[in-house]
Design a binder for this molecule. Structure first.
Ligand SMILES: *Cc1c(COP(=O)(O)O)cnc(C)c1O
Length: 378
């Protein structure tokens, strides 16, 4: 007898590859698949391989450690790591042929020092802050950064391979900030090109911009969440030809009949109106099931959606299944593609007042992760 898995996150690698192929085909230009944060909870290395199998031209991650983990797994595709603070081990990144992003003159100086230490040319993406007020040089700082980078490039220490920025409102495709940011970006590109940085690829579009805003595509797009099959606009991913890759499921641990009025879970915030069957599900907020899901989020159990009954605990939550037949070991599905009657991550996001990004990126803890499909298999 094999032991049924208590709780697992099942990831369909073929869906990741197919989503990548759909996006790549739609834009008709290079695509950098974003695999930061453990591939948005899907497993960074398998997700990266599946995205490459689907036609991704490059991979994007936040931090250098993520890039080095991709290299350690044998992945040789271009990788950009963009979240670099002071003192980052850029020499290790350059030695592993990882491209890094620079936000400021001090960052450029660190990259030059790392290039000398590693004995290599640093391949850099210069980031301009076009209005998100997060990473990137402000338009005021940009000319000095570009001039310093052009000097370092002339000296052979760096090669500027990217000019890039990030949108604040791509998920609201008609928002006026989009046009303003594109305008600032285009001006920044002109300044960089006039300074001699003519070989760089321009990239601006995240998933929402990749599906909805062709004028933001420039020389490469940079989708993350859409690669995993979630609609960046918060609607039905099938509209964009996308299919969610993640299914989150668990086995019922225990069932019991309780009388009307029984207080359920901590604080007794739920009580059934009549005698009923409760099912205890062995996952909780330590596993990434938000505590806010108590009395709000839907779960597929015994063929129907049930709202979680009472509070989500650290390790478990409870369902009220009425008089339906549920036994220990039965499968319950928190979210998945929705094609088998289960709720979607979007429905969960709506129920707990967050975005699906946060749900998939945080699910983990004691969930086992299982990859299915063959895309990118080694
Ligand atoms: C995470 C991230 C992306 C991908 O965003 P999605 O909305 O998931 O497509 C792209 N660019 C940057 C800078 C990011 O931080």
């Amino acid at each position: 007898m094999t032991h049924p898995v208590r709780a697992e996150v099942v990831v369909d690698l073929d869906a990741i590859a197919a989503n990548t192929a759909v996006l790549r085909e739609r834009v008709g230009r290079p695509l950098m698949a974003v695999v930061k944060a453990d591939g948005y909870g899907h497993g960074m290395v398998p997700a990266a391989r599946a995205a490459l199998a689907g036609g991704a031209d490059a991979l994007g991650v936040a931090v250098v450690e993520e890039a080095l983990a991709l290299r350690a797994a044998g992945i040789t595709a271009p990788v950009l790591a963009w979240l670099n603070g002071p003192g980052e081990d850029l020499a290790a990144a350059l030695a592993a042929d990882v491209e890094v992003s620079v936000n400021a003159v001090w960052g450029l100086e660190e990259a030059v020092a790392a290039a000398r230490a590693a004995g290599r040319t640093a391949r850099l993406h210069l980031k301009v802050d076009t209005g998100l007020s997060r990473g990137g040089a402000t338009p005021d700082q940009w000319p000095a950064l570009v001039a310093a980078a052009a000097r370092a490039q002339a000296d052979g220490e760096v090669e500027v391979v990217g000019l890039w920025s990030h949108l604040a409102y791509a998920d609201a495709p008609t928002h006026p900030t989009i046009g303003l940011q594109v305008g600032v970006f285009e001006e920044a590109v002109v300044i960089a090109r006039d300074a001699g940085l003519t070989g760089a690829r321009r990239h601006l579009a995240n998933s929402a911009a990749t599906v909805a805003l062709p004028h933001t595509w420039f020389d490469m797009v940079r989708p993350g969440v859409a690669v995993y099959g979630l609609d960046p606009l918060g609607g039905d991913p099938a509209v964009h030809g996308l299919r969610p890759a993640m299914t989150v499921q668990a086995r019922v641990m225990l069932t019991k009949r309780v009388p009307a009025g029984a207080g359920v879970s901590y604080g007794h915030t739920y009580a059934p109106e009549r005698e009923t069957t409760l099912a205890v599900v062995p996952v909780g907020y330590a596993d990434g099931v938000p505590r806010a899901a108590g009395n709000r989020a839907p779960v597929l159990a015994a063929g129907a959606h049930r709202t979680i009954a009472g509070r989500v605990c650290m390790d478990q939550f409870v369902l009220d299944v009425g008089d339906d037949a549920v036994a220990p070991g039965d499968r319950v599905v928190l979210w998945g593609p929705g094609t088998g009657g289960e709720p979607t991550a979007q429905q969960w996001a709506d129920a707990v007042d967050t975005i699906h990004y946060e749900l998939v990126a945080r699910i983990g803890g004691r969930f086992a992760r299982r990859h299915v499909g063959s895309a990118g298999a080694v």
